[in-house]
Design a protein around this ligand. Structure first.
Ligand code: NCD
Length: 326
């Protein structure tokens, strides 16, 4: 290889919005995860808040129920010293029939610098991003995408396994209704993992053959060989009764309880995006198992969301955690 053809390390392309994992390339993912690692001590409160986004206004526009994602974005913005305005459908003019675009234009007129949007309407964040001059960050849209969940999942896995190339990851449960599954599959594959899906037949999407994954019906057959078992929440609010096996039957057939824990490798990792239906997807024993990363996922979510806010609103990586307030 001559000097002229030698690879050069170039800065990742700047982010303008974050709507879907497929909009990111590998360099942008690596960069966001590296920024999150720098910011983790601040997210964990081992280091003080930084003034990086002082004077910037982040609007959390949450039009669908959320606890951890909303709190996580709120804390992430505050750890970077941004001002946060919270906006929920209830009690706002959205409940009086105002359209999303009208609401967003009002937010711009109020001087908001970035909108974090959670909505039950798949595709709404991409529409909003086209219409607004400020960055839009998708915090979950319908069954479609939840990019910061995928980034925090990859970040958490990488803390335990520095390379995901070749890792065998199983995603189990309600794939059909899951924006987490759609986002995680795209990101885990981008990072080189082999992804297998196992789901009740009624909860497996019909287009799954285009996802680049393997599917199996044999959960117990594959469990002993896996590096990661990623368990999805049963999204009862998104399904009609016909989809849903009785809870006890679901737990026995698809849930992770003591017998399945025993058949997992000692160094396997167990994940779930939360909120967990305890005793359905994961037993109490699974939640208490040392291989279970659910709490780490929540804490890491703050650092990853800080990195996303930072990349959408501020300058180069080296400045992310530099100025420490005392
Ligand atoms: C996920 C979501 O809302 O898509 N949860 C979350 O962001 N904390 C997963 C889920 O609700 O099942």
């Amino acid at each position: 290889m001559t000097a002229a053809t030698a690879p050069t390390v170039s800065a990742p392309a700047p982010l303008t919005d974050l709507v879907a994992i497929r909009d990111l390339d590998r360099a942008q993912v690596d960069d966001l995860l590296a920024v999150a690692a720098e910011l983790l001590p601040i997210a964990r409160r081992e280091r003080a808040t930084v003034p990086t986004l002082r004077g910037r206004i982040v609007c959390n526009l949450f039009l669908e129920d959320s606890t951890r994602t909303r709190l996580s974005f709120d804390l992430a913005a505050k750890r970077l010293s941004a001002d946060v305005v919270a906006f929920t459908a209830e009690g706002s003019s959205v409940s009086k029939g105002e359209s999303l675009l009208d609401t967003a234009q009002t937010l711009m007129a109020l001087g908001v610098d970035l909108v974090v949007l959670r909505t039950s309407s798949a595709g709404a964040p991409v529409q909003l991003a086209r219409q607004l001059d400020i960055p839009v960050l998708n915090a979950g849209d319908g069954w479609h995408q939840h990019p910061t969940q995928a980034l925090l999942d990859a970040f958490t896995l990488l803390q335990h396994r520095p390379i995901l190339e070749g890792a065998r990851i199983l995603i189990v449960g309600d794939v059909l209704h899951s924006r987490v599954a759609r986002s995680d599959v795209e990101l885990f594959r981008l990072l080189g993992a082999d992804v297998t899906l196992v789901a009740p037949p009624t909860l497996l999407p019909t287009d799954v053959s285009a996802w680049g994954v393997t599917t199996t019906a044999d959960l117990d057959g594959v469990l002993p060989d896996l590096d990661v078992v990623y368990v999805l929440r049963l999204q009862k609010e998104r399904m009609h009764r016909a989809f849903l096996p009785p809870t006890g039957e679901y737990a026995a057939t698809w849930g992770i309880g003591p017998a399945r824990l025993a058949s997992m490798r000692p160094d396997a990792l167990l994940m779930h995006p939360g909120p967990v239906n305890r005793g359905v997807e994961l037993s109490s024993a699974a939640l208490e198992d040392p291989r279970c990363l659910v709490q780490e996922q929540v804490t890491n979510g703050i650092a990853v969301r800080m990195a996303c806010l930072y990349r959408l609103l501020a300058g180069p990586r080296s400045e992310a955690a530099r100025e420490v307030t005392v």
